[in-house]
Design a protein around this ligand. Structure first.
Ligand SMILES: *Cc1c(COP(=O)(O)O)cnc(C)c1O
Length: 481
């Protein structure tokens, strides 16, 4: 009996449209680069927030994948109208809401190269270069934070996942299991980011005792209250194991007294995690360095390069002071991974929940190599100065500063006499949103509606701050009549 031969079509290169030839690559590449240039060239006139663009309805099926192919021009048109021109514009220097992200062009090019070369950045064996590149970034940030030998880290998709990895490491290290869960205590403050509570929940720690320690008038965790609470908890036979401190809270930019908290934590064997997602990269500045000194004492720290290093969204980092703890919480093996386990170099896959991952090192490494870290420090210095400038202008206009800016977030509110001040300040916010050229956001502090501006974008300069001050002035004049 002879084997039946399957016939395989003998196709030429041109028969595979998913493998574009050079001419086609240039054609679609030029269209995309042209689009990017038009976008960037028009940023000066673009709004930071479009409140009245298309509303998306049930019938809005424009994004649906149909059966036919579509021309690139039509695709880019749809992308512009329905994605780029709708909602918030985080690429705008006028974006002063929440914590603005960046979007460096050179980082975008790094992403492009990462995707096209498609290196497997999760495993050393598969791409020693990509892993070494990530290591260099982790080492650079670790040294900036003040860590010395023996630390480890991971490039993550953002601060939330970085927080999750840090907390899972703390949980593993402090041996929190069903046997001691109900008696174990986590300390944080009212300024703790909600991603921490999410992580607590995902990690099955929601049945721990979670305590919010009171804060001072600048929303910094009170060390004496913290200490008193720990002592009381120990007396009550509880198991304090984890503290979460802020190095620049999202809400008001508060920096907890990290060095003092660390001293308390180490005397009670409590894991200290510092959330420096927003504030961490201010370590590159003189002013920031003195305020963030305690960072190096933390057992774990997270930072968001998509905030303080102006990268596009999708860049976070977790650092753990002792790499072995990170390894213990994440290393697993499998039979089909045996070839990859022969090297004696740690892989990102050993130090995080991810196996396959975005080669996200290149988008961070390329701008840092191309321009040098000093330029990033200068940009951050400018943000600190702009914040002081805005602070003065707000005081001149008669605003109450609800929290003194430690870095570049400023919380403020106007106290009109005998008026519903929550509604009045909301009206100020609505006015700014309606104009759209700059965007600020709001929060609730001490029970009151409060305005806040966060100056982080590499595209925010004096012009944008002056515009904000101008708009506030106009609205105040309008409301005081
Ligand atoms: C932004 C932020 C986070 C969450 O980070 P994502 O990158 O948005 O996931 C956590 N903590 C703080 C203090 C932040 O500013």
């Amino acid at each position: 009996m002879s084997l039946k031969h399957h016939s395989v079509p003998n196709l030429s290169y041109q028969d595979f449209p998913l493998e574009e030839n050079e001419q086609k690559r240039n054609e679609i590449g030029n269209a995309v680069f042209g689009f990017a240039n038009d976008f960037l060239n028009s940023l000066g006139e673009s709004k930071a927030f479009n409140s009245d663009t298309h509303t998306f309805t049930e019938q809005d099926n424009l994004f649906q994948i149909g059966t036919e192919s579509v021309e690139l021009d039509d695709i880019l048109k749809l992308f512009k109208e329905r994605v780029v021109d709708a909602g918030l514009n985080p690429a705008s220097g006028g974006h002063l809401g929440y914590i603005p992200g960046g979007g460096l062009y050179s980082a975008g090019l790094g992403d492009f190269l990462a995707a096209v070369t498609n290196r497997y950045a999760g495993v050393f064996y598969a791409s020693p270069g990509a892993v070494k590149m990530s290591d260099a970034l982790i080492n650079w940030v670790g040294s900036m934070v003040g860590y010395t030998e023996g630390f480890g880290g991971n490039l993550t998709s953002g601060g939330s996942i970085a927080n999750l990895i840090a907390l899972s490491t703390a949980k593993k290290n402090k041996q929190i299991t069903s046997k001691n869960l109900l008696k174990s205590v986590i300390y944080c403050s009212q300024q703790t980011h909600h991603s921490i509570y999410k992580a607590i929940n995902i990690l099955g720690l929601e049945e721990c005792v979670v305590r919010q320690i009171p804060v001072d008038h600048n929303f910094r965790l009170s060390v004496s209250e913290f200490k008193t609470q720990i002592e009381k908890d120990i007396e009550d036979d509880l198991n304090p194991f984890l503290t979460i401190a802020n190095a620049g809270s999202t809400d008001v930019g508060a920096i907890d007294p990290i060095a003092e908290l660390s001293a308390v934590c180490s005397s009670y064997s409590i894991w200290l995690h510092v959330d420096a997602a927003y504030g961490g990269f201010f370590m590159l500045t003189e002013g920031g360095k003195s305020k963030l000194q305690g960072l190096k004492q933390a057992d774990s720290v997270i930072l968001d390069p998509h905030k303080g290093l102006f990268l596009p969204y999708g860049s976070g980092m977790v650092l753990v002071k002792d790499i072995n703890h990170l390894l213990n919480a994440n290393r697993y093996s499998a039979n089909y991974m045996q070839d990859a386990e022969t090297s004696d170099h740690y892989s990102p896959a050993d130090l995080s929940p991810e196996l396959s991952r975005h080669f996200r090192g290149l988008r961070m490494w390329l701008p840092l190599k191309l321009y040098g870290p000093k330029i990033f420090a200068q940009y951050l210095e400018e943000k600190l100065q702009l914040t002081q400038y805005l602070h003065e202008k707000l005081m001149e206009l008669g605003f109450t500063i609800v929290c003194e800016p430690a870095l570049t977030v400023i919380a403020f509110r106007y106290e009109f006499e005998e008026r519903d001040n929550d509604a009045m300040n909301k009206a100020i916010l609505d006015h700014i949103h309606k104009d759209g050229r700059v965007f600020i956001s709001s929060t609730v502090l001490n029970g009151h509606f409060t305005l806040r501006a966060a100056i982080v974008s590499f595209r925010t300069h004096k012009k944008e701050i002056d515009l904000l001050v101008h708009l506030l002035q106009i609205k105040l004049a309008d409301l005081s009549v």
